[in-house]
Design a protein around this ligand. Structure first.
Ligand code: PLP
Length: 412
């Protein structure tokens, strides 16, 4: 069988090539206001990359930041760079860049740790602040990413709380005078469903509970409106849509009115008010800096800090518009070319309810994922039947979506 040339989209062998779908892609790419952002990335020419929700690709600015840190700061400045350079403040400065992206005030976000550790810290802080002998329930999103559920259960055990799980859509009905803290993801890691953060947070507050939101699949692709939604605590990943690199630092947000009233469970010297005074007793720093524990991971923090420069050039509202446009274009292709071939949509059709990726369901999802990857379409599989396709608008073109739809339509 002759195959369509997915990489140039200039072949004319497949029925897809006759579809106006590719012509539309070309027109949409020509008019795309985010098109120049692609030049800020160093992308492999033989791959179309649909996993910006797993590991964002390399940016030129991240590479330059790491090169500078290695070849100038570490090599020449050595230990003096802690004070003469930006190493000591970089976790806060990176936090400020993230705050700008997630709609949080400057100074309310600190970068560091992994998301799992960050969640442990903020969830513990929330539990310690709000739990009483009768307010003794920790509520967790039952569809949350596994690490969140493991961490939440552990925090419940450590603080002698009852651990309960329910769907985020049902959380509102579970809030009462017994709930101390709840935790959920803003965007479901499988389906990309956006949860109603504002309503859940408001219902929690009305019942006297605190909420910790995991923004891992939201930060960098939708405006999270952390301040507008009166979020108490949030965490998220640096290596997904923020493109911070493998194992990039996570981030922690704590509402300014709460932060100086809470304690985190790993009171290290980097969260001390005067780390270089080497005092006997722990005195937490003012603000979210108290959520740091040990020495900042400078090389990975530099990569994240550098990668975030991209977001200074392209506002998050335009990134969200671009992500919706790519998602809607994929769904149009799905309706036209895939819906009759055993594929179903596992994500909301309505763009206001859908985050940055699309879950495409198929009985042979695992096998198809391997075939797609073999052909340079980098997607991933989530059991039992999900092909996950992230639509990162900063570097993907409509042409990439059209080529993926073409490849999928040939697959069955
Ligand atoms: C929603 C969510 N939370 C947490 C994590 C885990 O983060 P980390 O590996 O940084 O602990 C992931 C990883 O993909 C995730 O999707």
């Amino acid at each position: 069988m002759q195959r369509f040339d997915y990489f140039t989209s200039k072949g004319n062998h497949s029925p897809m090539s006759m579809s106006p779908y590719f012509a539309q892609a070309e027109a949409l790419d020509a008019a795309n206001p985010l098109a120049p952002a692609r030049q800020l990335f160093d992308l492999p020419s033989d791959q179309r990359y649909f996993l910006g929700n797993s590991l964002g690709p390399l940016t030129h600015s991240a590479r330059e930041a790491v090169n500078q840190a290695v070849n100038a700061e570490w090599k020449t400045g050595l230990v003096r760079t802690w004070h003469d350079g930006d190493w000591f403040d970089i976790a806060t400065e990176t936090g400020n860049r993230i705050a700008h992206i997630i709609g949080a005030p400057s100074g309310s976000v600190i970068a560091g740790d992994s998301t799992s550790v960050a969640l442990f810290k903020v969830l513990s802080a929330a539990a310690q602040k709000n739990a009483t002998p009768t307010r003794n329930v920790l509520l967790c999103d039952i569809n949350n990413f596994p690490t969140d559920r493991y961490v939440a259960r552990s925090v419940a055990d450590l603080f002698h709380l009852q651990y309960k799980e329910c769907a985020v859509s049902e959380m509102i009905t579970h809030f009462n005078e017994n709930v101390a803290v709840a935790t959920a993801s803003m965007i479901d890691f499988r389906s990309a469903e956006i949860h109603d953060v504002a309503s859940v947070t408001a219902a929690a507050h009305a019942a006297g509970a605190l909420v910790v939101w995991d923004l891992a699949h939201a930060a960098g692709v939708i405006p999270c409106d952390v301040e507008r939604h009166s979020i108490d605590f949030a965490v998220g990943c640096g290596y997904k849509y923020m493109n911070g690199g493998p194992g990039a630092p996570a981030f922690m947000y704590v509402a300014p009115h709460l932060v100086n009233e809470v304690q985190q469970p790993i009171p290290g010297w980097f969260g001390h008010d005067a780390p270089f005074a080497f005092e006997d007793a722990y005195r937490p720093a003012q603000g979210t800096a108290r959520f740091s524990s040990g020495t900042t991971n400078i090389l990975s923090m530099k990569a994240l800090h550098g990668a975030l420069e991209v977001f200074e050039k392209f506002p998050i509202s335009s990134i969200r518009d671009g992500s919706i446009a790519l998602g809607d274009f994929f769904i149009a292709g799905f309706d036209e070319h895939l819906s009759a071939s055993g594929f179903t949509l596992g994500s909301p059709r309505n763009s206001t309810a859908r985050g940055g990726h699309i879950a495409l369901l198929h009985d042979r999802a695992e096998e198809l994922t391997e075939e797609l990857i073999g052909d340079g379409f980098i997607v991933d599989f989530r059991p039992p039947n999900v092909i996950r396709i992230a639509l990162s608008p900063l570097f993907l073109r409509f042409n990439d979506i059209a080529a993926l739809v073409g490849r999928l339509s040939d697959a069955t």
